[in-house]
Design a protein around this ligand. Sequence first.
Ligand code: CA
Length: 733
Amino acid sequence: MGEGMKRFLGTLCLLALASCSGTSGGDKAETGLAADNWVTPGGDIGKSHYSTLTDINRDNVGTLGLAWQAELGTGRGLEATPVVIDGVLYTSGVAGRVYAYDGASGKELWRFEPPVDMQVNRTACCDMVNRGVSVARGKVYVVALDGWMYALDQKSGKVVWKADTVVDRKRGDTSTGAPEVAGDVVVIGNAGAEYDVRGAVSAFDLETGKLAWRFFVVPRDPKLGPQDHPDLAPALKTWDPNSRWDIGGGGAPWDAINYDPETGLVLVGTGNGGPYATSKRSPSGGDNLYIGSIVALDAKTGRLKWHYQETPGDNWDYTSTAPMILTRLKVDGEERPVVLHAPKNGFLYVLDRRDGKLLRANPIVRVNWADGVDMKTGRPRLTPEKADYTSGPKIVFPSTTGARNWHPAAYDPESGLYIGSVQDMGNAIYMTPGQKPHQTKMLNNDAALLFTSDLQAILPGLPPPLRDAIAARPEMAWVKANPSGTELRALDPLTGKTRWAYKMAGWQDRGGALATAGGLVFQGSIDGHFRVFDKASGKLLKQIDTGSSILAAPMTYKVGGVQYVAVMAAWGGGGYPYVPPYSAAYKRGNQGRILVFRLGGGPVPIPPELPALEPAPVPPAQAAGVTPQTIAQGMTLFMGHCALCHANQPRSITPDLRRMSEGTHAAFRQIVLEGLLLPNGMPRWDDRLNAKDVDAIHAYLVDLQAKTRAAELEKQKRGQPLDTPGLTILSNY
Ligand code: CA
């Protein structure tokens, strides 16, 4: 580590809100990098997901085994990286639940379950996840899925204060990120740019929960009067006056928020525009500030100090919300404080975090929406002939799932490598005027998305003009050569070049990463393996079959003289209803747990395999008067209201409605209209659907169940496996 790095981290340490040295951090804690404690979900203030601990290292990692585990009693996604302060592990789970454990024994100290109105699931695109807590001044801060922020007593878990972070409860806001402590405030953004959401980041007083400031990411309708804050006046000029103000415009900053104590700035990564297609959102185009950007806000006032827009006009759901890492790098001979950022759009950016000056922007995957970034202007060289799908279908790389997404990467200060999962995949995208495509419709979006992973299989079934137009795109050569793939990669942040890579089990397999001074990189897989690599070479040193899918980032801490490595394990997040067939969740179910490892630990208890799939049960007879038109209408209503959560896939983590029991069929109206299963997470729809609509949906599902049963009985007769998953995948990252 260079002297400059030490100086920077020393400064961070002085300013850090949680103790840098902990109780027994030793010399290395003085650097501000994680040691015994892991003070933010990213480990240190810069969130480098790197630890200076060396007890577990290349020489002894072979004996890594389970120290303790905790079952959380949920079947939904877990994305948080825990925080450890003085031997206590704090983490968050489904919908913003918080757990505190003794880090050595695994004894639960307390838990907090926020009261969440499950109606919120109607606009939760990507599962009921939460990405972590923040701990400061004796309090643990978390945001619940419904946008209520809680400050909990660090010792007891009791609510000290709560604050509503949602500006307009009539819109589709949710919240899933880890709050960020920045000086005297705690900062959080909203999620939901797939719905009618106007992106905003809000800061609350650490002690009282009183709103300190709020930064709206996009302007409001100028006809309503002046903008909410002065930074929106220049932004307004980058939008068509007739933009879709009615649905908020998007820009929701749902993950990356980094406080930089060195500059006093809060760096925020902002989300995609809503709807996705720029032509539908802002008909005359424009950059649509501040979507797809990093905005740097004064932590005291919330006013904009600089911004850098990574994806001007964001036409592709690229968002800039992927985690950022603050560190120092020597760039062109000069050591600088930098932010490293690889958003969904395929580039790895290095910016000077004092002023947002662009230092590097290198592609890390196949990219065709831009032909590089002009380093003079900082703007991408757009290639509308390849990527503007307004005038016809295009195959655009990367896909909307992103080269990178929320899964944290690590920055290793020793080797200077940026280490994280990288996905190389595209989408075929086309406009769907006046029709709702089955399989692919996102609320408020007029663009249909077909992942290149499945494109060759899907193509023959598309209407001929669409099929032929997609098949004629030159990118079909890319699709044929390599439709998709995800790797754990170690990248040089200054060149974007890969030093080493490890191929993951499938494109959805993209876990978070941890690097340590012990020479190691840790990463979980959704195939159930927890893996340890040599960080210099990428050599696989150890893998433990846990039987649980893992997406979240591992972290490490030390208590009582023992180094532990912890990770939260469950499938979920974007695309959650579709459980990949190669995943542990598909084979063994999705019971969420925390797994904690140490040297000399024991075996991980592996959940039993799920029983073989049975043919769909016999559905009830159709009600009198049901016609093919009723069923068709029901399908349209289902795709518009239900399909985002109910993918109707085998082993989905939401019910496969082709397999409804007699009792569920009988209660169908009460479930959909009256909220019979609201406590389980199934919202009520009586404000949007009437009894006739629900009966039509039911008729469609009865028909589908009958067809599914017939097909499965036929398969069974031929001795074929029943659980061949379909191709329906909704892009909702
Ligand atoms: Ca999005």
